[in-house]
Design a protein around this ligand. Structure first.
Ligand code: ADP
Ligand code: MG
Length: 319
């Protein structure tokens, strides 16, 4: 199959909301009046971000999901994506499954694939996502204010637990195994949440490298500090069942485990009730885990108020 047949067969779909999509030297887009364009790129490298034998459909989903998560954290409405692929070889079955996973999620979010690049090389999947946000309304990392509540969506630690299972570091019961591996391989980007809190939250970030590492980005950008209650963090229920050894793992997964793709946002106290209503509407737990305070860094407290020591903050490719 030629490169162009491959693009036509697997990556060309109708794009009714685009002036010009796949097939020319560039795509042409029109942003709605009064909107800003939010643009973000995330790359998944085979062997680094995923095992090379990962199910292709799930990989198609995840390649887009991690990008949607970035727009969610900005409070942007996703609209367009480009996809750059380096493939060791072109296998029809693999491409079919990959593109199905990709387009299923794209269609669910009204995203149109408008271009990309396809080359031979070690497996590498890169998406640039574009979305719209009303002028001046994007949720930035730099907006947190002293006194804000710190909120976290969903539960933390399941993706890391799924990875621990794949690496044979834990042996989860059947149900837990399924849920945690799905959390790792098919994360659900919190796009609706980002849109729902856009006018309420002062700052937001998506949790891709672990809560502490990602919250730290908000703190550094905003010039503030945080007090977080470990006992209030929404931990996966799969940590509950076991003994001390699991406690250490739980801490690691919940605080520093990457790839949860939940949102962490800060908002004034006055919006607590509204946020509870949003949680109900979205069928998504939203948990108040701490407070923004003045100073520097993040203090983590146990239920009895004592300060906990943190061994490891989060994943860093170059640390
Ligand atoms: P050029 O040589 O002008 O850079 P390409 O041959 O790379 O163009 O691509 C041809 C068309 O196919 C372009 O519109 C490009 O955006 C699109 N395209 C290439 N690869 C992909 C892909 N993986 N997914 C979607 N569109 C793609
Ligand atoms: Mg090209």
């Amino acid at each position: 199959m030629s490169e162009f047949d491959l693009i036509r067969q697997f990556f060309t779909r109708p794009t009714p909301n685009t002036i010009l999509g796949v097939g020319d030297d560039a795509a042409l887009l029109r942003v709605n009046p009064g909107m800003e364009l939010a643009v973000s790129t995330d790359m998944l490298v085979g062997g680094t971000h995923f095992y090379l034998d990962t199910d292709a459909r799930q990989l198609g989903h995840k390649t887009l999901a991690v990008n949607l998560s970035d727009l969610a954290a900005m409070g942007a409405q996703p609209r367009w994506a480009t996809l750059s692929l380096a493939l060791p070889q072109a296998h029809d079955d693999w491409l079919q499954a990959f593109s199905e996973g990709f387009f299923a999620l794209a269609e669910a979010h009204g995203v149109e694939l408008i271009g990309g690049d396809t080359t031979r090389g070690p497996l590498n999947l890169s998406v640039t996502i574009m979305g719209e946000v009303p002028q001046g309304k994007a949720l930035r990392r730099s907006g947190a204010q002293v006194g804000d509540d710190i909120w976290v969506s969903g539960v933390l630690g399941e993706a890391a637990l799924g990875l621990a299972q794949l690496q044979d570091q834990v042996h989860l019961p059947e149900g837990a195994r399924h849920t945690c591996i799905a959390a790792l391989q098919q994360p659900q980007p919190r796009v609706a949440l980002g849109l729902a809190v856009r006018d309420i939250a002062h700052s937001a970030i998506d949790i891709s490298d672990g809560l502490l590492a990602d919250l730290k980005h908000i703190l550094d950008s905003s010039g503030v500090a945080a007090e977080v209650r470990y006992d209030r963090l929404p931990k996966s229920s799969y940590f509950a069942s076991s003994g001390e050894e699991m406690d250490v793992l739980a801490q690691d997964c919940v605080l520093s485990g990457g790839e949860d793709y939940e949102l962490c946002f800060t908002a004034p106290l006055a919006h607590r009730e509204e946020i509870a209503v949003i949680a109900d509407l979205l069928h998504l737990p939203l948990t108040r885990v701490g407070q923004i305070v003045s100073g520097q860094g993040c203090k983590l407290r146990a239920a009895n108020g004592s300060v906990m020591q943190i061994a490891k903050e989060g994943y860093d490719h170059f640390a």
